[in-house]
Design a protein around this ligand. Sequence first.
Ligand SMILES: Nc1ncnc2c1ncn2[C@@H]1O[C@H](COP(=O)(O)OP(=O)(O)OP(=O)(O)O)[C@@H](O)[C@H]1O
Ligand SMILES: [Mg+2]
Length: 473
Amino acid sequence: MKVYAANVKKYEENRHLVCGIAKAGAYITVEYISHSRSGTRHALLAHRDGIVWHTCQANENKRPCWHLGMAASLWDWSVPVDVTCHLEQRVLNYLWWDATQDYLGRPGNFQLVAIKTTGEAAPEPPPVTEEPEIPIPDEDAWLKEYKLPARLLEKVIRFREAQKARLSEEQKARIPKPRYISSENELRVAVAALLYGENGENWEAPLLIGPKSSGKSTLAETLAAILRLPVAQKVFGGTDVNAEWLLGGKTLQPVEGVDPVVEAKLKIAARQAGIDLSDVLPKLKQANFRIAHEAGLLLQAVQAGEMVIVDEVNMLAPEVTSLLHGLLDWQKVLTVPGLGTVKAPESFRLVSCMNYGYSGTKELNEAFQDRFRSVQVPHLPEEQMAALLVRETGCERDVAERLASLFHKLANRVENGDLPERILSARALMRAVRECRDGCGDLKEAAMSVLTEGLGDKYARDQVKDIVEACLV
Ligand SMILES: Nc1ncnc2c1ncn2[C@@H]1O[C@H](COP(=O)(O)OP(=O)(O)OP(=O)(O)O)[C@@H](O)[C@H]1O
Ligand SMILES: [Mg+2]
């Protein structure tokens, strides 16, 4: 299994969770505390003869994980890493002592929860403090599915209650449905970023990064649903998005006016009725139009305190991304030429999505990306992928399971560098189900067709065909 730069980056983000590194001979094991209810977790790693033995949930699902990134950082690997099997409990039993100093060249920045040397019983780990139960209003019961930590859930509920009082019926109708299925920590950290601070006042915009069809846009909408925020029209990155479209511009607006004939008639009528028009007439005689600022899409959303979703943000021109800087800083202001500085109300939020490597995309400017909380959105693991297919297409469970297994076999080949990443698409699986149901062939034919017809490379096409042939007998 390869260790990608993204894994190492994820380790850098999770470094504070590492609480123990133990070594026995050529074996090394690493333990970390997660913030989840489940408390301490083991990320088991052993290093021997240039081969790393490792097991964890992500690894069992045949996906790269941050533990490998961590190991790569600690050991500065220059050899290929081969994840071949899971360690057995008996190996684990003599792995426990703190070897942080050996590996990091400094004491660990952690409290060791368990030290065990060969033959000695391990001390009991400290009890995991139970999180308090947060009362959730009945209408918000669906939030439980996302298993937010207590403090965060409490902030979410407070924000939702405030929103209830703020929104009009028209705005409520624009709140998306929560359709995202979360497989790792990505939804939780994105919600946390949107509510940094006691009352969410230090919020930061999440930047959802992940492969094609991994659910980034669905997650962005689900974040809006969780915060009960209406979404205005989405901003899709592209060359046609410009400052005027986002901020608006000057327009002529009709104002009340009066022509000379009407004026004469009014004067006669007023004289007969004994009314004095001298104050009113000058106002009526002003020009019939005035110059006004017509708000663009972004400005409207900022003024209304709604959620803006900027999809494919790495396809925006730099002149456009620079407009967003002020909104992403702590000041949370939008500068509009001709109108001045507009302060975003406390409910305003922004979420961006991007996919590395699409044609037309570019590397994000570092200063721009640093203003976001970057969040990796992975493909769903096999079981959840099958559940998604059942939910989205209504297909039989066994059809979904076969397709999900095919997807993960393809994902393995992509990880090994044998196939291009673009063949992995949850959308393609849904198409296969739909075409098969409409009689365009059996499941194998439909899957083969949707997965290969977009591939220009004959070798990749043949590879995919072989895998489909083997998986969907
Ligand atoms: N984790 C997930 N939860 C819910 N739906 C998902 C998930 N992953 C994929 N999907 C489904 O896959 C399809 C594509 O999802 P979505 O458009 O959100 O992906 P994306 O990452 O934004 O794709 P792209 O990179 O092409 O913009 C949708 O039908 C969506 O429902
Ligand atoms: Mg998308």
